[in-house]
Design a protein around this ligand. Sequence first.
Ligand SMILES: CC(C)(COP(=O)(O)OP(=O)(O)OC[C@H]1O[C@@H](n2cnc3c(N)ncnc32)[C@H](O)[C@@H]1OP(=O)(O)O)[C@@H](O)C(=O)NCCC(=O)NCCS
Length: 181
Amino acid sequence: MKKFEQTETERLILRRPRPEDAEAIFDRYANDPEVTRYLGWLRHTSVEDSRSFIAFSESEWERWAVGPLLVELKESGLLLGSTGFAFETLWRASTGYVFSKGAWGKGYATEAMRAVVEIGRTAGLTRLYALCHAGHSASAHVLEKCGFLREGLLRRHFEFPNLDDGAHDIFHYGFVYEKYR
Ligand SMILES: CC(C)(COP(=O)(O)OP(=O)(O)OC[C@H]1O[C@@H](n2cnc3c(N)ncnc32)[C@H](O)[C@@H]1OP(=O)(O)O)[C@@H](O)C(=O)NCCC(=O)NCCS
């Protein structure tokens, strides 16, 4: 299995997180209550949480061809957010994304997710999937623009760690690579 290194899109670089990224991850998005509202992981409350994420990322990268990815602006190197893969088998992985508030509404999530779909193709995936809060229209729209199909509504399925009002409905989105359709 060949290790992925990094990829460039028109405006972005997607690359493996490094230990020295912890403070920027914390400051740029992982500590922001608004940004982390609909995420499946607990908002970071100290840089130590961001370091733990990098340690987790390292273990994923040791095991699989590609793991979590940071997204930087190509022209300045500014950290915009994160995306990447959580492999479950050699053929199936889940994905997701988070961008700092100042980076919203500029098409970055769509650009990054299209790149993620292509990296998954190179990595030999059959299926990539994503879960999304049923009320999160912007995220659902990003997935649909990138070719994901809404495969189901899971009712009262997930207790979002940064929301405190019980289990929420989620959409299940899947992307099956062309040769397996
Ligand atoms: C969701 C998120 C990733 C979107 O990032 P982004 O870079 O703004 O996304 P893009 O600009 O590529 O695309 C957003 C699309 O949703 C649309 N949109 C924005 N708000 C919307 C809303 N309330 N309802 C419907 N569509 C909406 C935009 O118009 C755009 O579509 P268009 O290009 O067809 O006009 C970003 O808001 C984010 O990081 N949020 C916090 C983390 C998060 O919730 N992650 C997803 C967890 S499932």
